[in-house]
Design a protein around this ligand. Structure first.
Ligand code: KG4
Ligand code: ZN
Length: 378
């Protein structure tokens, strides 16, 4: 089954074609990051306008590459993200997908963006070897989706079934990175820049302006947070808080206090130079990564899992990858991470997960609506 997927939930306009849920036949991502950079965050109005301008070109390019890579092959369905995300952005992709499905006379498949992030470790490129066995071999799996909009732990008893067991009660991990970078004037998006500066800190770098050199560094093993670095809160919500909505406080996080702690710390101790800023963001990153790792470790102790699946933009973080590898090894569970190009928002994950989702035709396809607050498992 060959599916064309469209993604437009936030600040990437993307289209991809995937065979049988895993083999990526073409993949095009247009990122709006430069458009939002002056504002230090995504501006919904700017995002939806840019999706409108770009969606046609991105879909045409993905189709052209698919036709060049697979002469004579045809599409069996069109898939699209219908939530969660910015409603005005989601609508652009949804309407493009409806038009395309109708024009081609193929079914439409609505896909949940968070669930799709958890499909990314199973994707591989046309002509490459599959990275290990398929999703079924990982079951039951523990999934962790960490992105700019989400921080969610889910139980996956069967492939395509998701039950939330933990989540953030306020800011997502990516948001915590982005807000800190904005506060310190490090640019947008904050995750990649904090990741680079933290690497520089641990390696004793002196030049923080050379992004490529910082990116090429590796985290030294066995990092220990040293004094006088600030200790940021570990974001443990109080048991009984209404926002938990029945979830176990031990598997949930709250990142909003972290950002406030940074604000107050910086007011009292403004960093003197780039090295001071790097030390600060390294400590801040340790708090986020440590929090995510602790909750994951506990979730892996609670049940027996076949794999730990991690997806989303924050899963690009070098320190998080290393820490989760330790956690998974201790629990004797394989850690499944996506290739870097499939960690951030893309449409290959949408076309891939669609293979496990319901086809909609006729009136049912036309009736699909966006759901900006969709949760995993809805
Ligand atoms: O998955 P994604 O592209 O979009 C959403 O669905 O939100 O994730 C974007 C988020 C941003 O907050 C960005 O700062 C974060 O992923 N991110 C990172 C890294 N690369 C991207 N966070 C930490 N370390 C990174 N290397
Ligand atoms: Zn995403």
């Amino acid at each position: 089954m060959i599916v064309l997927g469209i993604e437009s939930s936030c600040d990437e306009t993307a289209c991809a074609v995937v065979r049988d849920g895993r083999e990526v036949l073409s993949n095009v991502v247009y990122t709006q990051i430069p458009l939002h950079q002056p504002y230090g965050g995504v501006v919904p109005e700017v995002a939806s306008r840019a999706h409108i301008e770009k969606v046609h070109g991105v879909v045409s390019e993905a189709l052209a590459r698919f036709r060049a890579n697979c002469p004579g092959a045809s599409l069996d369905a069109v898939a699209v993200t219908y939530g969660p995300g910015l409603s005005s952005s989601l609508l652009v992709g949804l309407n493009a997908a409806k038009g395309l499905a109708m024009g081609l006379g193929v079914p439409l498949i609505g896909v949940n963006h968070i669930e799709a992030h958890l499909h990314t470790p199973f994707l591989y490129d046309l002509g490459a070897d599959a990275p290990g066995p398929g999703p079924e071999s990982a079951l039951p799996a523990l999934g962790l989706a960490v992105s700019g909009g989400h921080t969610t732990w889910v139980d996956m008893p069967a492939y395509g079934e998701y039950r939330i067991i933990g989540q953030t009660l306020d800011d997502a991990a990516g948001e915590a990175f982005d807000k800190a970078a904005k506060l310190l004037g490090l640019g947008y998006p904050g995750g990649p820049v904090i990741d680079r500066w933290a690497k520089g800190h641990w390696n004793g770098a002196t030049d923080f302006s050379d992004a490529a050199a910082l990116k090429a560094l590796a985290y030294p093993p066995g990092i220990k947070v040293r004094d006088p670095m600030p200790r940021f809160p570990k974001g443990h919500p109080r048991a009984g808080t209404a926002a938990l909505a029945g979830l176990d406080a031990d598997l949930c996080v709250s990142f909003s206090g972290l950002k406030t702690a940074l604000l107050y710390y910086v007011k009292r101790n403004p960093p003197k130079d780039d090295a001071g800023k790097a030390a600060l963001v390294a400590a801040y990153q340790e708090a986020i990564v440590g929090t995510l790792a602790d909750r994951t470790r506990l979730a892996l102790r609670r049940r027996s899992y076949g794999a730990l699946i991690v997806g989303g933009g924050v899963s690009l973080n070098g320190r998080l990858r290393a820490k989760l590898a330790e956690v998974a090894a201790d629990a004797r569970v394989p850690l499944l991470l996506a290739q870097p190009k499939y960690c951030g928002d893309n449409a290959a994950m949408i076309a891939g997960l669609a293979f496990h989702r319901r086809n909609l035709v006729g009136e049912a396809a036309l009736a699909v609506d966006v759901n900006p607050t969709l949760q995993a498992g809805d």
